[in-house]
Design a protein around this ligand. Structure first.
Ligand code: APR
Length: 187
């Protein structure tokens, strides 16, 4: 496991299934409609049970959740207190400021987690599955957004974990954390 400290908070990279890793907040890679799907979204609803979708049905905004935004629900049977359902961008070749939308999905999730009093948050690699965002680019956006949040709000969170599903994702995030760490002293 790779670990890095920013403003007194830990960023950890690990391989695994995010539904099995305890955290105060688990972040889901959702769609704007908040209706569930495959990938990590499917795994979270399966492991968390029906209460999560019932709550989404109550709180779902009329026009859905915009790309780059997120909503919070309880975590049902997951080893967490809350799930943040974040909507990352679909990769369209980088022509539509997908990097800004991806950064916003991470930033909004961190703000919501901190507002709920979370100390630990775990993320999957948002947008790099069905939404086809290139892994290496997504890893830089994810880690630099988390590091900027931790620096701007020291003490707001104690730990941010990236729970990555396969070796390719883990390697991409390790490489990005390595580069960011060398460039800035800390990412
Ligand atoms: N734990 C951690 N990571 C996982 C898990 C899991 N249990 N299952 C899948 N992943 C990984 C994938 O390997 C990928 O790297 O999560 C990353 C994100 O992939 P997707 O889940 O496809 O998410 P995304 O690309 O953001 O697409 C979102 O897919 O499932 C639908 O409803 C979802 O429409 C939305 C879209």
């Amino acid at each position: 496991m790779m670990e890095h400290t920013v403003a007194g908070a830990r960023i950890r990279l690990m391989k695994g299934d995010i539904t099995k890793v305890p955290a105060d907040v688990i972040v889901n890679a959702a769609n704007s409609e908040l209706i569930g799907g495959g990938g990590v979204d499917g795994a979270i609803h399966r492991a968390g049970g029906p209460s999560i979708m019932l709550e989404l049905n109550r709180i779902r905004p009329k026009d859905g959740c915009p790309t780059g935004g997120a909503v919070v629900t309880g975590a049902g049977d997951l080893p967490a207190k809350f799930v943040v359902h974040a909507v990352g961008p679909v990769w369209e070749g980088g022509r539509f400021q997908e990097d800004l939308d991806l950064a916003s999905a991470y930033k909004t999730s961190l703000d919501l987690a901190a507002a709920k009093g979370a100390r630990t948050v775990s993320f999957p690699s948002i947008s790099t599955g069905a939404y086809r965002y290139p892994l290496a680019k997504a890893a830089f956006v994810a880690l630099s957004t988390v590091a900027a949040f931790l620096r701007s709000r020291p003490g707001a969170l104690a730990e941010v974990d990236f729970v990555l599903f396969d070796d390719a994702a883990l390697r991409a995030y390790e490489a990005a954390l390595d580069v960011l760490g060398r460039e800035g002293g800390a990412p």
